[in-house]
Write a protein of this length. Structure first.
Length: 283
């Protein structure tokens, strides 16, 4: 299992890194389009569509992203869209996590499917705009999610239920603890502060998310980083909620040893659009 996981990770890096660091954004945007299309296929399967229906949903997600690309949205000013996306994610997260698995199962399937298309389209568009802003900006968003995940893993293993007797969300994801969530927040904050301090302070120029938030003031920096960390954890919980409702352990087996595409990007789905929202608010 470990060998398979490592081999899959190596293959993914060999594909992702050349696309990410290509002088032009389009290779990474094209790769991201394929990935969200695969995520659409997984979403269909998790929400009761058959084989053909899931394939059609994946193609619909890819086509929607392609149309947005052809319309020039990755380079456009989308302030209102990102503000609306932020409101959508905050409201959806509160409602679904409060309602739990039973509330998700009660949502009409067509609404769940349309919501999945919207979420994946927003994620792709946020990736596209972040990459257009620069590789460092996109990496700063990725690193926030990775730092939250790594910090939560080690803090959870070391301190799980030693400070707080209750799990974070036992009915949705029994393995997550409050200690892990707090450990992830601490690691993200440290990474953000260090990265922001290493970034030059040039008026009007912010090459990464942390420098952009730093330039808006340290109170804004702290609140924004904590907010994104919370939403990173929420994205993970929301995917767990959907999988638990579907009775699935993984979103698919597209990535041997890692599960599916949604399993790898669940935390990024809310964080990417919300990072773009914060970027347009503080820019």
């Amino acid at each position: 299992m470990l060998k398979q996981r490592v081999l899959t990770a190596i293959v993914m890096l060999l594909v992702l890194l050349p696309a990410l660091f290509h002088p032009q954004p389009w290779p990474f945007l094209a790769l991201a389009l394929v990935m969200v299309g695969a995520g659409g296929w997984e979403w269909g399967r998790l929400n009761g569509l058959g084989g053909a229906g899931s394939w059609l949903l994946g193609l619909l997600v890819g086509a929607a992203c392609g149309l947005a690309w052809a319309a020039g949205w990755p380079q456009a000013s989308l302030r209102e869209l990102w503000l609306a996306a932020g409101a959508f994610w905050i409201l959806t997260t509160l409602l679904l996590l409060r309602g739990g698995v039973a509330a998700w199962a009660a949502v009409p399937r067509m609404l769940r499917l349309c919501g999945g298309v919207l979420v994946l389209l927003l994620a792709w568009l946020a990736i596209a705009q972040a990459r257009v802003l620069g590789v460092e900006f996109l990496l700063s968003v990725f690193v926030l999610v990775w730092a939250a995940d790594i910090g939560a893993y080690f803090a959870g293993r070391a301190l799980g239920q030693k400070l707080f007797p209750r799990k974070l969300a036992p009915a949705i994801s029994p393995g997550k603890s409050w200690e892990g969530a707090l450990g992830g927040a601490v690691v993200v904050m440290v990474v953000g502060v260090v990265w922001s301090q290493l970034s030059p302070q040039v008026p009007g120029v912010s090459g990464n998310l942390y420098a952009l938030l730093r330039d808006a003031g340290w109170p804004v920096f702290v609140l924004a980083v904590l907010f994104l960390t919370v939403m990173s954890v929420s994205g993970d919980l929301l995917e767990s909620l959907v999988k638990r409702s579907a009775g699935a352990k993984d979103s698919s087996q597209l990535l041997p040893g890692h599960g599916g595409v949604l399993d790898r990007v669940d935390a990024l789905l809310p964080v990417l659009p919300l990072a773009m929202m914060l970027a347009v608010l503080v820019a």
